[in-house]
Design a protein around this ligand. Sequence first.
Ligand code: GLA
Length: 507
Amino acid sequence: MKFLLGLLFTSLLAPLTFCASPTGKWSVSFNADGTVRETSVFLKQEGDLLTGYMLSHNGYEPIRDGKLTGDSLSFTIIRDNFGEERKTNYTGRIENDTMLLQMPGWEDHPGPLLHLKHVSTETPAAMPEAPKKISLPEAAPVPSNGLAKTPPMGWNSWNKFANKVTDKLIRETADAMVSSGLKDAGYTYVNIDDTWEAGRDAQGNIQTNSKFPDMKALADYIHSKGLKLGIYSSPGPKTCAGFEGSFQHEEQDAKTYAGWDVDYLKYDWCSASQVYDYHSMPAVYAKMGAALLASGRPILYSLCQYGVFHGAQWGASVGGNSWRTTGDISDNWKSMSHIGFDLQLDLDRYAGPGHWNDPDMLEVGNGGMTETEYRTHMSLWSLLAAPLLAGNDLRSMTPAIFAILANKDVIAIDQDPLGKQATRVAKDGDLEVWARPLANGAEAVGLFNRGASTAKVSAKKSDLRLTGGGYSVRDLWAHAERGEFSDQFSADVPSHGVVLIKLEPSK
Ligand code: GLA
């Protein structure tokens, strides 16, 4: 009887605790690959309305449209995306004193589900005011570092591994780059993307987290293979994945990278929006450009600011060897084709030896596209004189994927010393022809079919701005000669496919 009464009592009490007001502070600190991070939500409940704010690596941000329905809650945070509002929706559930909050992800990478504890039930005080943003004066142009005479080639950890990158993975990738033959095909840089960083020591020196026990030893290993090592940071206080950024430590970090013998820096805007007025973006990038030069080590400088604020127009003048022209690529046809075909128009004038437009890294071999689509990806990126940074698992690459990444004729288009980026010379619905002039009077021409079924695509002489007399035609994927070029060259191109040809002046 006593037991039954006890059971009745607890089951009556349970819904009481369950329905307790979410008003107060909810907090979690969690270990993100070696870095301890905190997120708190400060809520005030009135009926089914929630007001308050959130504190995360983005700083304090007011929550909007907060709603409580039973034990489920939702709210929106509005962020300033370079003058445009971007809404992010959060959803959660309250279970007793725990709030399960789903964090937004990056494109195809879902964010973590946080377990926040109800650490205070007091109505939160007003949100602290955001500090004023910094406006930097215009910076002097940063002299060229003399690197990247042709677009950089290598590999980057983000597309396949995101926060799973480790010292071991980087070493194994370098091994695979050599043993597969990709190194011989021209791939050189092995680049660690976000999530290697820990905090700073008492002198402000950036520390690596537990995934990277000794960066200098790792660089030595990479160099012993005849390869180069790349690293990643942000001009903001935090990187995009919430790790330590280079804000107010630019010179010091550049020296640290040089001391580790790093060869490449990807510098990703991320939380810089919280501290800088975005009109200062060129000056912010110039600061690191100058710091890398002053470090005394040749470090390739790759800007990542998603093409906002006309990055292509000033990327080279801040010392950039490349600059992203768009948001993040995903491993699917829609993303790749939209970025490659639609978002690169009119950027060709900014590219040239030493400074390149970057339509983001390759997804070839990551499984979300067909081999036909990956050939289109590789062909288009080569025509665009884009950095060729593979993003797949090199340790388990199939021969077919290797053949796409390592096609020497296609790579030679990308690496052509003239450094002229292709333009779209003809478009007829889903059918597009892109062409780029090459050294010694040759021309690379891509016949693309973005449609759903095989179609005949023609490259016409009148569209190609050819200057010489006769040309021979070579098909760079079929590895076959296609005779003399007359007034036009036509080919049946499969859905989402390409026929990539090189026109060589006849002797
Ligand atoms: C941004 C960049 C990506 C990657 C991630 C890492 O989204 O555009 O390429 O570097 O950050 O957090």
